[in-house]
Design a binder for this molecule. Structure first.
Ligand code: BG6
Length: 490
């Protein structure tokens, strides 16, 4: 079918992360990751979920002693480890062209500093990639998605320790050599900017393990190490897999000035740049001037090795990927204004937008604005690797899941992607919806915050059969893919 809305070969698909979907947290030689000690807290309100991401050493020790599996939801995930073949077959049934997943570092190097990789872990992903190949699904692999091995917390200063760069490079060398015949598209660090907002899950950093007053320094040092590690990962991937494409991954935060007051506009610009800084560093291969100024003002001096700047400059990424869920407003005087939650941050509520059940503001037009801004800024191909609606799904009396709210959300976002391609000239490689198979929420550890086309029968406490059920959105997305997006405009 000829198509004007989306280019031929557009990569339609969905995304997951190992720590949220696999389960099997201690099987076949896997080591613990930071995700395995984060808990579902039934009495924490959704508004306070940010606290879930700030963990103390005492909480980690309690988690290590706790043998009650109920609340450590990421330890069981959606049992994808056991259901892998069935899951990939379901993705194939929807016609997926691409499947974004992450490799759990702790399945390959259980403690990150191990001498040799764990063969059982390597085999699991090889089997998975073979299934993808069998079904002509292109894998898009995140090397690190909120799952650094826990040993980096307990015996190192997380990503603030320089040695971690070498450990990561070794891991990347192993996986890119092993999967060179299966994986062309790679992402280095998921939402690399989230080091600032949740340093534990991104950087294996726990505040109480640092001398008082030095945590900010540690966070930015860890950021620097990830920039260098990402550049080296790009180099190695290109060497090990000729023709491979390596992308950075940004949480795209879209800020509108709350009013035309220039101070609100200035605030929106500042918040946008605080976010762009992370992609700027990975695309342009150097610290942007405003990030350097910000660090100087904070009195933070990054410790660099002699070749770090050169490495960052020599090995920038090939494309820019990002997550987009919602937008928010910026105000120079936010105190009296209503707040809106967002993907791991809070902003000023936009009175023109509806919100999800978790208070995230729904803004498809903001996706088009984001695509245009990113393409103008970087002039590199873009890839939307997360987008979706977290919602409560119910099984109806007819045994089906009628998730028309999800269809509506995705449909509006897909339509503006086409507008950005056709009217704004944006080069967009593909689109992977978040949590295509229901999985455990990153922020709240809830199973009941569902994003999938495929329902997984398990509740927040791990009760259920883990059986897979196709939601209405499953059939809707299948048609979108089959028609390369034409059905969106029927
Ligand atoms: C992104 C993460 O921030 O948002 C995912 O990369 C996460 O891991 C997704 O699951 C949605 O957030 P949440 O908190 O609803 O799971």
């Amino acid at each position: 079918m000829s198509n004007k809305r989306f280019p031929e070969g557009f990569l339609w698909g969905g995304a997951t992360a190992a720590n949220q979907i696999e389960g099997a947290y201690n099987l076949d030689g896997k080591g613990l990751s930071v995700a395995d000690v984060t808990r579902f807290k039934p009495h924490v309100s959704v508004e306070d979920y940010k606290k879930n991401n700030h963990i103390t050493t005492q909480e980690i020790m309690e988690a290590l002693e706790d043998s009650d599996p109920t609340l450590y939801a990421k330890r069981r995930g959606a049992q994808h480890y056991e259901h892998m073949k069935e899951d990939i077959a379901l993705l194939k049934e929807m016609g997926f062209k691409v499947y974004r997943l992450s490799i759990a570092w702790s399945r390959i190097f259980p403690n990150a500093d191990d001498e040799f990789p764990n063969e059982a872990g390597l085999q699991f992903y090889e089997d998975l990639f073979k299934e993808c190949k069998k079904h002509q699904i292109e894998p898009l692999v995140t090397m690190s998605h909120y799952e650094p091995p826990l040993n980096l917390v307990l015996n190192y200063d997380g990503w603030a320790s320089r040695e971690v760069v070498d450990m990561f490079v070794k891991y990347v060398d192993v996986i890119t050599k092993r999967y060179k015949n299966y994986v062309k598209y790679w992402l280095t660090f998921n939402e690399v900017d989230s080091m600032i907002r949740h340093p534990f899950t991104t950087g294996a950093l726990v505040e109480d393990r640092f001398e008082e007053g030095t945590f900010d320094q540690a966070i930015y040092q860890a950021m620097h190490h990830q920039f260098v590690a990402s550049a080296l990962a790009t180099k190695i991937t290109h060497e090990n897999i000729p023709g491979s494409m390596v992308g950075c991954m940004l949480t795209k935060m879209t800020f509108y000035p709350f009013t035309p007051n220039p101070l609100d506009v200035l605030k929106a610009q500042k918040q946008a740049r605080d976010n762009y800084a992370f992609a700027d560093a990975q695309v342009f291969g150097e610290y942007p001037a405003y990030l350097k100024a910000h660090l100087a003002l904070k009195g933070i001096e990054i410790k660099k090795e002699a070749t770090d700047d050169e490495v960052m400059k020599m090995y920038p990424v090939d494309f820019v990927s990002f997550s987009y869920y919602s937008s928010s407003c910026s105000s120079a005087n936010p105190q009296l204004l209503a707040e809106a939650s967002n993907n791991t941050f809070k902003g000023v509520k936009n009175p023109h937008l509806p919100t999800s059940a978790w208070g995230w503001q729904i803004d498809p037009v903001g996706l088009r604005i984001s695509l245009v801004d990113l393409y103008d800024r970087y002039r590199l191909p873009l890839f939307i690797v997360e987008n979706g609606l977290g919602a409560h799904d119910e099984i109806s009396s007819d045994g089906k899941i009628h998730d028309d709210y999800r269809i509506e959300y995705l449909k509006e976002h897909c339509k503006v992607m086409s507008d950005a391609i056709v009217e704004d000239g944006v080069e967009l490689l593909g689109y992977t919806t978040w949590g295509c198979i229901d999985l455990v929420s990153a922020s709240t550890n809830q199973m009941s915050k569902r994003y999938g086309f495929i329902y997984v029968d398990v509740d927040d406490y791990g009760k259920g059969t883990f059986n897979r059920l196709k939601k209405d959105s499953f059939y809707w997305y299948k048609e979108v893919i089959e028609t390369n997006g034409e059905s969106l405009f029927k």
